[in-house]
Structures are given as structure tokens and as C-alpha cells.
Design a protein around this ligand. Structure first.
Ligand SMILES: Cc1ncc(COP(=O)(O)O)c(C=O)c1O
Length: 442
């Protein structure tokens, strides 16, 4: 069975009677006119479809916690959609906890995770009743225990571990140890468990947590991850008599950025995970644990596109043709950060045969601000609307005001309706936190 992460385009994408691209029943050219560009557009049907596919894929297993990795893209409206779909939230900062809280998420179902959570953030998570905290290191064990004690609470925790599996895009390696800033090395787990048992009486260890990478195409890596964690849980049970009931496998399922990408479906991933949990629980004589997963990119990536307006262009003599758009590395840092590759189409002429090789340049003052190194598109003119697919994850959430350029708006489309979910910034917003000390005032 296929799932929505295996499509380059949001599932409602089509060419409409005006000859323009349409998503969620909304003409992209009209959206660009109405809201301006750059514009992030999110298709609600694609988000709900993949969320339901995840639920269906794990429905045969009795105890599952589906968490959305908020870092991929979080706004209050996105929280509402995924809360309605029954998801909890994987959160990594006070800001993400606050957003989830303000939007009415079920924090009991949610997890706070990260390698350097502050006192204030941990305090906030404990006070607001975030269900699980994934403790990353020895410093945090002590800090969280103090906070739980002063709040007269016993807090359920997972230990974040590095299972010795590393994913390099489409391949992975297994090593004894991983050089990673996240989590306890497996050789450090005993020391952590002993501290929890002997000293940290306000912490209740319920399971293990790991995350092995992102944009993963290989299903067997999940099988191996589960085996390593279950083996470790069995060892902890044997040595300390502690029954760990939760196994959190992180996120990572890949999406289809280009036609060459072939990510597995949600159903292929879930069956590898469930098979491995069942087989290894039986092999190591453990009760079936509650499985938690926390996908980000595969939930939101495919649903989002970015619309840009074409502006200037430049033909280098005997060289490339650069076509510049009105956004770039500040609204989507992924191409300049790690050479991410995207598929683009012209929203106002999707039917015209592509014939020109071009480089799509951003508008920011960096030579590295190139959105697509090489693509073939219909001849582009100023005013054309370019639609970049698969920008839903790690686009807005990694955006900045570099060059003091305003952050774009985001709209949610569904059933021919479009609604703003993040307003476009104004110049007033931009300077609103600036302060001129008295001695510098004019
Ligand atoms: C701990 C953890 N969980 C989940 C995710 C989400 O990963 P993805 O967006 O690839 O599903 C990440 C991403 O970095 C992560 O670090």
C-alpha cells in the first residue's frame, strides 16, 4: 500500500480549468495574488491523509504513541490538526511546548526532548504536565530530579541513547559507539540507571528513546534499532529488575523530493517495526512495550509548497542562466545548508513543455543562495509564479530574517478555501524588538 510521503506533490495537486496549478482546490496563481509571495501553502488533506496512514499502519499493534516532531513545522493551526488526528507532540524547546499548550494539545501524550534543556524549560514541562521527558545526559538527570522534587512530583522519563546506528541519507552503518552530541552511549546506561535507582527518587524510568537519522529510505535500519533497544531493555531488567514499558524509535521516514527518490511507505516502516518489536520481545523474554514514534518530515513535508515570483535573470556568457526569485536561503535554508534538491514547476504555465536549463537563484546577498542548481523549465519571464514542492518540513521552521527580509506568510488550503495560519511579517514587526539606548537616540 502506498502512502502520501511517496508523492512529490501534495495529493490534491492538479491543473485547473484556468490552466494553472491548483492545490486543495485553490488556484496557486490566485493565492500568490491574494497573499503575495514568497508564500508557504499547506494542504490540509495531505497532512490528515498521512496522519491517518500512520494510525492505520500501527493499528494492529495494541499500544502505540504517535507523536509529531514539532521541529519540522509548528504553528497553532498545525497543532490543532494533528491533535484532532490523535497525535501527541515531540517538542524540543520552551517555544514548542508553549505553542502546543496555547493550541490545546494533549501534553500528557507528548514528549520533551533535547540535549541541553534549560532549567526554565524543564520547569515549564513539569508544571504543564508534559507526559514524558527524554533525559539526554547526566547533568540533566540531576537538574530534572531537583525540579521534580521541588514540584513534589515524580516525573516519567525515557533515557535517550545512541544505539550505534547512523544513517547517511540512504545508507546506514552500525558501530559500537557513535560520536554524537545526543544521548547516553550504551556503555553509560548502567551509571544513569544506578543514579536513578539510588539517588534520583523523583524520576521514574519507563523506557528508552533513540533517533537514528532523517530522510531514511531503508526499512531494515528500524528493525535493527528496535533489536538494539529491546536487548538493552532486557539487560536492564535482568540487572536491576526494572520493567521498561516504552520504546521510542524517533522519526526519520523519508519523502520524495524528486522523481528519483523512492522512499518506503508508512506501511512498510510500521511492519518492520512491529515485526521487530514482537520478535525481539519474544527472543529476550519481555512483555510487548508501548511503541512511540515521532515523525516530522514525513507528516508535513509533502503537504507544503512555496510560491515565489520570478524577477531578474542573467545569462553568463557561455555559461549558466540564472533566474532569480523573491525568496531564497532565509525562507528555505536547506539547499545552501546541505545541498538539498527540490522539484519546481511554473504555477501559471504547468502545461508548457520544459525546454530551458536554468539555475534558480535566491535574492539574498550570498553567492551560495541558490535554490536549484540545475533544472529544466519552460522559458521563465518576470512575474511567473514558481511552485517549489516538498518545502513543508524544515523550511519555515528554519527560516530567518537574514538581510532584514520579512518572513513570508503561510496559508492552509482545503476544499477550495484558504486561510492564513502565519501572517506575513511587516517592517513594524521587524523593528519591534530593537531598542536604541538613550545615549544613542537622535
Ligand atoms: C529526536 C528526534 N525525533 C524526531 C525527529 C524528526 O525526524 P524526521 O523529521 O526526519 O521525521 C528528529 C529530527 O531531527 C529528532 O531529532
Amino acid at each position: 500500500m502506498n502512502s502520501a510521503n511517496q508523492s512529490v506533490k501534495p495529493i490534491t495537486t492538479k491543473i485547473n480549468e484556468n490552466g494553472n496549478l491548483e492545490i486543495g482546490g485553490c488556484d496557486l496563481v490566485k493565492l500568490a495574488e491574494k497573499y503575495g509571495t514568497p508564500l508557504y501553502v499547506f494542504d490540509e488533506e495531505t497532512i490528515r491523509t498521512i496522519a491517518r496512514e500512520y494510525k492505520k499502519a500501527f493499528s494492529s499493534y495494541p499500544k502505540v504513541g504517535l507523536l509529531y516532531a514539532s521541529k519540522a513545522f509548528m504553528t497553532k493551526a498545525i497543532v490543532r490538526i494533528l491533535d484532532e488526528e490523535g497525535f501527541g507532540f515531540d517538542m524540543v524547546s520552551g517555544g514548542e511546548i508553549y505553542t502546543a499548550y496555547k493550541a490545546g494539545a494533549d501534553l500528557k501524550k507528548s514528549l520533551f526532548n533535547g540535549n541541553n534543556k534549560s532549567f526554565d524549560e524543564l520547569q515549564m514541562a513539569v508544571e504543564l504536565g508534559v507526559g514524558l521527558i527524554s533525559v539526554d545526559n547526566f547533568f540533566e538527570l540531576a537538574l530534572l530530579n531537583d525540579i521534580a522534587k521541588s514540584n513534589e512530583k515524580k516525573v516519567d522519563i525515557l533515557l535517550r541513547v545512541t544505539p550505534g546506528i547512523e544513517c547517511h541519507t540512504h545508507e546506514y552503518i552500525q558501530t559500537g559507539h557513535l560520536d554524537s552530541k545526543f544521548g547516553f552511549d550504551l556503555t553509560q546506561v548502567d551509571d544513569a540507571v544506578e543514579l536513578i535507582v539510588d539517588e534520583y527518587k523523583n524520576l521514574n524510568l519507563v523506557g528508552l528513546h533513540a533517533h537514528i537519522g532523517s530522510q531514511i529510505f531503508e526499512t531494515s535500519i528500524y528493525y535493527d534499532e528496535v533489536e538494539i533497544l529491546i536487548k538493552e531493555m532486557a539487560r536492564i531488567k535482568e540487572k536491576y529488575g526494572i520493567d521498561l514499558t516504552h520504546i521510542n524509535l524517533g522519526g526519520g521516514l523519508g519523502i520524495k523530493y524528486t522523481e528519483e527518490d523512492v522512499p518506503p511507505s508508512v506501511f512498510e516502516i510500521s511492519s518492520k517495526i512491529i515485526d521487530s518489536v514482537k520478535e525481539n520481545s519474544s527472543k529476550y523474554n519481555l512483555e510487548l512495550p508501548e511503541i512511540h514514534i515521532e515523525p516530522g518530515r514525513s507528516i508535513i513535508g509533502t503537504s507544503g509548497v512555496t510560491l515565489y515570483t520570478v524577477g531578474s535573470s542573467k545569462q553568463v556568457p557561455n555559461g549558466k542562466k540564472y533566474v532569480a526569485v523573491d525568496g531564497g536561503m532565509a525562507d528555505n535554508p536547506r539547499p545552501s545548508l546541505y545541498q538539498a534538491v527540490y522539484t519546481a514547476e511554473v504555477a501559471n504555465k504547468p502545461n508548457i513543455v520544459s525546454q530551458e536549463k536554468v539555475t534558480i537563484a535566491g535574492r539574498f546577498c550570498e553567492s551560495g543562495d541558490i535554490l536549484i542548481q540545475e533544472t529544466i523549465l519552460p522559458e521563465l519571464e518576470a512575474g511567473d509564479i514558481l511552485c517549489f514542492y516538498d518545502t513543508g518540513a524544515y523550511g519555515y521552521s528554519m527560516s530567518s530574517n537574514y538581510n532584514r527580509v520579512l518572513k513570508p506568510a503561510a496559508v492552509l488550503v482545503n476544499n477550495s478555501q484558504s486561510d492564513i495560519i502565519i501572517d506575513r511579517e511587516s517592517y513594524e514587526h521587524l523593528v519591534s524588538l530593537d531598542v536604541i539606548p538613550d545615549r544613542l537616540k537622535k
